[in-house]
Ligand binder design. Structure first.
Ligand SMILES: NC(=O)c1ccc[n+]([C@@H]2O[C@H](COP(=O)([O-])OP(=O)(O)OC[C@H]3O[C@@H](n4cnc5c(N)ncnc54)[C@H](OP(=O)(O)O)[C@@H]3O)[C@@H](O)[C@H]2O)c1
Length: 244
């Protein structure tokens, strides 16, 4: 079976200034990616990336909700093999919260419309690559509504459906589409979750190992694996668990 290659590739990672995005940048560099375009939103993020002192890491200003940033980036990048849509935000917001529309809009822009704009913009370059990949970092909360973070769940479900749709539309092309559905892992975003959490480096390594093997849906930790198995056995049962 053909495997997906990292060595020698040009990769764009969104939300690369900390957490899983920063871990992807380090792991990609260690695995021989040739150019890693690492998206940051502010001066603090830029400093974090410069601190890496890695010659193949190219920090790029990229708020994924800002179309101007995406257009400017398109002028800067002339070859691309892999996009990792990783940027994310999360708040404990349900559908009856006072600020629901504001939060839901921000999450949909970050997790759905931003990645969609990026993919649309860079699809011509991905099509030119001999072997390309789109890696979308969703969440196990994309599979069934997670009551404590309802609007986050909905936006990740939108990303999940986009991932499925892209995979179907690009089947038979040279572009491999991978969806990733983690449970809580150890970053600022999951600071409120108690219990064991994998390091972002561990998650990044698992994702890229399975990218290499062309595993198209990745559940990278015990929690997400167990919850997905529950979903396969009974979707309603997972809804009940996530509603508690
Ligand atoms: N941690 C978990 O338990 C967990 C579980 C399942 C899925 N995920 C998903 O994994 C991904 C990475 O999350 P993480 O845990 O590494 O979170 P994190 O430590 O909070 O990092 C999030 C990153 O996304 C960036 N970001 C936020 N909004 C952005 C935007 N509009 N444009 C560009 N970058 C933006 C942040 O930049 P700034 O620093 O500038 O804000 C930061 O670099 C997210 O998609 C998240 O939903 C996380």
């Amino acid at each position: 079976m053909t495997t997906q290659t990292i060595k020698g590739t040009s990769v764009l990672v969104t939300g690369a200034s900390r957490g899983l995005g920063l871990a992807f940048v380090k792991v990609l560099a260690a695995r021989g990616a040739e150019k890693i375009y690492a998206g940051y939103k502010n001066a603090e993020g830029l400093a974090e990336l410069n601190n890496l002192k890695l010659a193949n890491v190219i920090p790029v200003l990229l708020d994924v909700t800002d179309s101007n940033h995406i257009q400017l980036l398109a002028q800067q990048i002339n070859a691309l093999d892999i996009i990792i849509n990783n940027a994310g935000i999360a708040s404990a917001c349900g559908f009856t919260a006072d600020h629901v529309l504001e939060t839901a809009t921000a999450e949909m822009n970050t997790h759905y419309f931003g990645p969609l704009k990026l993919i649309t913009t860079f699809l011509p370059l991905l099509k030119q690559a001999p072997q390309a990949g789109i890696i979308n970092i969703a969440s196990i909360a994309a599979i069934s509504n997670f009551k404590a973070m309802g609007t986050y769940s909905a936006s990740k479900a939108a990303l999940h459906f986009m991932t499925q749709g892209l995979r179907a539309e690009l089947a038979g092309s040279t572009i491999f589409v991978q969806g990733v559905y983690p449970g809580p892992f150890d970053t600022r975003l999951a600071a409120g979750f108690d219990g064991f959490k994998q390091s972002p480096e561990t998650i990044a390594n698992i994702v890229l190992d399975l990218y290499r093997e062309r595993v198209d849906e990745v559940f990278p930790d015990e929690f997400s694996k167990t919850m997905y198995q529950t979903f396969l056995e009974s979707p309603k049962k997972l809804t009940e668990i996530f509603s508690q």
